[in-house]
Design a protein around this ligand. Structure first.
Ligand code: CP
Length: 339
């Protein structure tokens, strides 16, 4: 692999290890321009993310300052929809790799005057931004950007409508990989509001690629049609999905959907679908619980379970989000001259 221009600057031992990472998947990433979903990532590309993220996490654990790996690159965060975790971790990740970062404040930008996402993206690209990290409420919005001017900029989908949230699935898988090494044959339960969840979709694609046994559960009105096409087992009650699972992923109940009458009441949802210590006892004795956040405490997950450090990996997921986003930025942007 060719060394980037930045190696003449001082780099830590771990940063050099990242640059020297020589896996088949690393070479595949150099041919990729965008990250839109996990469904178009193969096993080798996923392995490259895991190993790159492992090194990036070690850089953070060692307390290393910014490394000049992406010091010639500019990353723009374009969050048209609210975010705490994804936006902050992309900013930290880009800065830890030495990139210049712009956080566009959508509320005070020209979007408020009616500018389209295409024109906003084009404007930033004209300023020589190398990578757009975009979250938008419309499914397909990141793909739309790549079709318009994806030859001029790298695009990372940070969540588009109900469709996909690839870096969330990557950080979830990285967290599982740290514990189990691989997921072939291991049971994962994804429970809650599946229909409206981009997190569920991206996780299902990734987990199937890596050979996991995926079970989803939720109220019939919150399970998407044509589930069999996804290659997962599905249940309308929690217990069979959770039984003997190694990991249980709880999804946020999207309270804004309740006006649509998709569940009878919050009380009924809690009674049937809230994950608590009693229900998680059906899973493997060492089973761990995931939640992508933000959590509705005591609706989809009990307060006690959410804060149980022996069971809940919520804080680990957040910490791993920075390492995984560093890995993705590195794999997409390092070792490339502009355009
Ligand atoms: N998990 C997740 O996407 O969280 P944010 O909405 O806070 O980014």
């Amino acid at each position: 692999m060719s060394e980037p221009l930045t190696t003449s600057l001082p780099l830590s031992q771990k940063a050099r290890e990242l640059l020297r990472l020589d896996l088949p998947g690393v070479h595949l990433w150099t041919q990729r321009r965008h990250l839109l979903d996990t469904k178009d990532l193969n096993e080798e590309e996923l392995e490259a993310v895991l190993h790159a993220a492992r090194i990036c996490k070690e850089m953070t654990v060692n307390g290393e300052g910014p490394q000049p790996i992406l010091s010639t690159k500019t990353v723009a965060n374009l969050f048209y929809e609210n975010s705490t975790r994804t936006r902050s971790s992309f900013e930290l990740a880009a800065k830890r790799l030495g990139a210049t970062v712009i956080n566009v404040d959508i509320a005070s930008s020209s979007v408020a005057k009616g500018e389209t996402i295409i024109d906003t993206g084009r404007t930033l690209t004209a300023m020589s931004v190398d990578c757009l990290v975009q979250r938008h409420h419309a499914s397909g919005s990141a793909l739309q950007i790549t079709r318009e001017f994806g030859d001029q900029v790298h695009v990372i989908n940070a969540g588009d409508g109900w469709n996909a949230h690839p870096t969330q699935a990557l950080l979830d898988y990285f967290t599982m990989w740290e514990i189990k090494g691989h997921m072939k044959g291991h049971k994962v339960a994804i429970v809650g509001d599946i229909t409206h969840s981009r997190v569920a979709r991206s996780n299902i694609w990734l987990l199937k690629t890596m050979g996991a046994d995926v079970h989803i559960a939720g109220p019939p009105t919150l399970l998407p049609p044509k589930l069999e096409k996804l290659g997962v087992s599905f249940h309308t009650s929690l217990e069979p999905a959770i039984k003997d699972a190694q990991f249980v992923m709880v999804l946020r109940l999207q309270l804004e959907r309740q006006q649509q009458g998709l569940i009878p009441s919050i009380g009924e949802y809690k009674r049937l679908y809230r994950l608590d210590h009693e229900r998680v006892a059906l899973a493997q004795p060492d089973a761990k619980v995931f939640h992508p956040g933000p959590m509705n405490r005591d609706i989809e997950i009990s307060h006690a379970l959410a804060d149980d450090i022996d069971r809940s990996l919520v804080r680990t997921q957040v910490a791993n989000g920075v390492a995984v986003r560093m890995a993705v930025l590195h794999l997409l942007l390092a070792n490339r001259n502009r355009k």
